[in-house]
Design a protein around this ligand. Structure first.
Ligand code: ZN
Length: 297
């Protein structure tokens, strides 16, 4: 059931970052780190201040995901170190081999390396669209206020309904709205398309025109699709790999994204541009509802 069409542009989304946290958290929490390498002139590090990581070891207190951010808290340090993987960024822990003279650790695309005891935490980003920076506690707290279908066990129709009732969100098409990190946490092009397909909602439907039943279906679909992707190690299209280098497997469960025919009904998948991104949907499973625009807001 693998798709025959080349993958469109993709970026790591919430599930891929969640998998990185699950993979790396146990290796990092409690470890002391020191700055070992920061690539000179790297656009990834444009907003990164090494601060005293260069001279004093910090101990990792926690590693968590907020939206599509990989957030590292250090003991006794207010600001958190935040990685955004952009299109091709990946964090990994690799053993430090004293007999290997190659530098930097992680190879030529390494942007940042932190020294752990006997290992390196390396951020590699060949296309350099990611970022590493410090975020204030207030900034991290604001991210945590956005509903997160992966993390919130009670995420449901009420979360979506309360938000689409705000005029600025309600008037927008549902697909780009789902990808807005202020609206819902962790959803990008792949999972927005898949959740809308699972819920049978047309991607261009105006958010406030969705019925309670559609919002309920969509909320369940978001939670199901995102959580399933985490359990499958993420969706490996283009360059995404897990921290240890292996691939995820959710790409084998995609129903519309990157496909030529619908995984449910085999109708040809439509591709339309929305806000500069390509949206995949099935016209048969996700029919447009004419006249719905005049209904309840
Ligand atoms: Zn279909």
């Amino acid at each position: 059931m693998s798709p025959s069409r080349p993958w469109p542009l993709t970026v790591p989304e919430g599930p891929e970052v969640e998998v990185a946290v699950l993979d790396l958290g146990p290796q990092l929490v409690g470890e002391g780190v020191n700055l070992a390498y920061a690539r000179s002139g790297s656009p990834v590090l444009r907003r990164f201040q090494p601060r005293d990581l260069a001279t004093a070891g910090h101990v990792v207190e926690s590693v968590r995901r907020e939206g599509k951010h990989f957030v590292v808290h250090f003991r006794g340090v207010g600001d958190a170190m935040v990685f955004h993987f952009g299109m091709s960024g990946r964090l990994s822990v690799i053993p430090a081999d004293p007999s290997d003279p190659s530098w930097p650790p992680g190879g030529p695309h390494a942007q940042l390396a932190l020294a752990l005891a006997g290992a390196w935490l390396v951020y590699v980003d060949p296309r350099k669209f990611g970022s590493v920076r410090w975020a204030t506690p207030e900034e991290v707290a604001a991210w945590a206020l956005v509903p997160d279908p992966i993390r919130d066990p009670k995420f449901g129709e009420a979360d979506l309904r309360a938000r689409v009732q705000r005029p600025a969100w309600g008037r927008r098409a549902v697909k780009p709205l789902l990808m807005d990190p202020r609206f819902i946490s962790g959803v990008g092009n792949i999972y927005a398309a898949e959740a809308l397909h699972l819920a049978g909602v047309h991607p261009a439907a105006r958010a406030r025109d969705l019925s309670h039943g559609q919002l309920s279906d969509l909320a369940h679909a978001l939670a199901d699709v995102l959580r399933a992707a985490v359990l499958r190690g993420g969706t490996s299209v283009k360059s995404y790999r897990r921290a240890g280098g292996s691939t995820g497997s959710h790409q084998y469960w995609l129903r519309v994204y990157g496909r030529t025919s619908c995984g449910s009904c085999e109708h040809p998948v439509s591709r339309v541009a929305q806000c500069g991104r390509i949206t995949h949907f099935c016209p048969q499973c996700q029919p447009a509802r004419d006249g719905a625009a005049q209904e309840a807001s």
